[in-house]
Design a binder for this molecule. Sequence first.
Ligand SMILES: *Cc1c(COP(=O)(O)O)cnc(C)c1O
Length: 382
Amino acid sequence: MLKGVFPLERFSGLGTPFYYYDVHLLQKTLDIIKEELKNPSWQVHYAVKANADPQILRLIAAAGLGADCVSGGEINEALDAGFQPGDIVYAGVGKADWEIRLGLEKGIGRFNVESEAELEVIESVASECGKVAPVSLRINPDIGAHTLAGITTGLAENKFGIYHALAESVIMRTLDMPHVKFCGLHFHIGSQILDMSDFAALCNRINDLCARLDRKGIIVGDINVGGGLGIEYGHPNHLPIAAFGNYFEVFRRHLDGHRPVHFELGRSVVAPCGTLISRVLYVKEGLSRKFAILDAGMNDLVRPAMYHAVHRIENLSSDGPEQAYDVVGPICESSDVFGKGIILNECRRGDIIAIRSAGAYGQSMASCYNGRPLAPAVYSTE
Ligand SMILES: *Cc1c(COP(=O)(O)O)cnc(C)c1O
C-alpha cells in the first residue's frame, strides 16, 4: 500500500493523538495559488474556520492572502496572525452587536450581510460608532452543489444569504442608509466541490443578476464567489494539491465584466497538509469484523461522524498482510467511526496510524467531549 512520507522516528517519541502539519506542502500550495490566480485585481481570502492554528494562520498571512472570518473571535485571530484589517471579510448569518462593533473599530474590509434585519443592525451600530460599514450582500443563488448534504449552502432552503430574487429591493434599502456603503455581491454555494460545472452555474447566475441590476442603474463594485473547491481525499499521495488552475479558469471563462473578484478558499488551502496521527490501542476481533481501536476519536476529527466524510487511513508502522478493519475511536458514541472495512497493513497495539487530509475542519472543530484534552499541533519544520 502506498503511504505518505512521515518522520516516523520523530513520531515514536511523541504522545498521540496529534495533528501533524507538512509546512512545505502548505508553502507550495500557497505559491501555486498565487501563480494560478494571475489577475492582480483578484484576491483570495483564506477561510479561517478551516484551520485557525496560529502558526498556520501566520504562514498564510505572510503569503499575502486575505482572511475570511465568520465570527468576532476569528477577526481577532486573523489580526493577531498579521492579516491586514482591510483584507478581512466577515460573513455569518448571526453577527452579534459586539462582533459588528469589533469589525467597524478594526476597519475590516467588508461585511458580507446575510439579511435585511442584519443590515439594519449594522446601520445602527455604525451610526453609534460614527463609521460607514463597507457592505456586500450575500446572495443565495439557489444552486445546489454536488457535495455532501451537510455542506451545501447555496440552496433556497439553506439558511444562508438573501434569496436572489430579493437582491434588488435589499440593495435599494442600503442606498438609503448613511452608515452603510453598498460595495458588491457575495456568494458561497458549499464545500468540497469537485465538479467545476457547479462553479460555472454560479457564474451564470451572477452574470444574470448583475445584468439585471445594471439595467436598473445599480452598480455592483465587486464580486465575492466564496470558496468550496474540493480536494482528493482518496489520493493524498498522488494529488496533494487541489486543482487551483482549473478552478480559477472557470471564473476567468464564465464570469462577465471586469470587476474585481474575491475568493474565499479554506479546505483546499489547508486540508492536504494536515494529518491526524494516532496509535492503535487494541485490535478487537468482533463476530464478523475486526476493529482497530485508536487513541484518536471523533472529538479530535468529527468529519466522518458528522458528514460521513471519508479520509484515507494508513498504518505507518506495519508492512504486514493487508486486512479489513473498522477503524474506530474510544468515544462512547456508535458514530465514533473513522471508516468501516478499511484495508490496512496488519495492525498491532502501538502501531502509528495516519488519518490523511485532516488539515481542514479537523483541529478547528475538535472538542473536549468525554473529558479528552485537545490534540496538539506538530509541525514538519520544528
Ligand atoms: C466555510 C466558508 C468558506 C470556505 O469554504 P471551503 O469549502 O473551506 O473553501 C468560504 N466562505 C464562506 C462564507 C464560508 O462560510
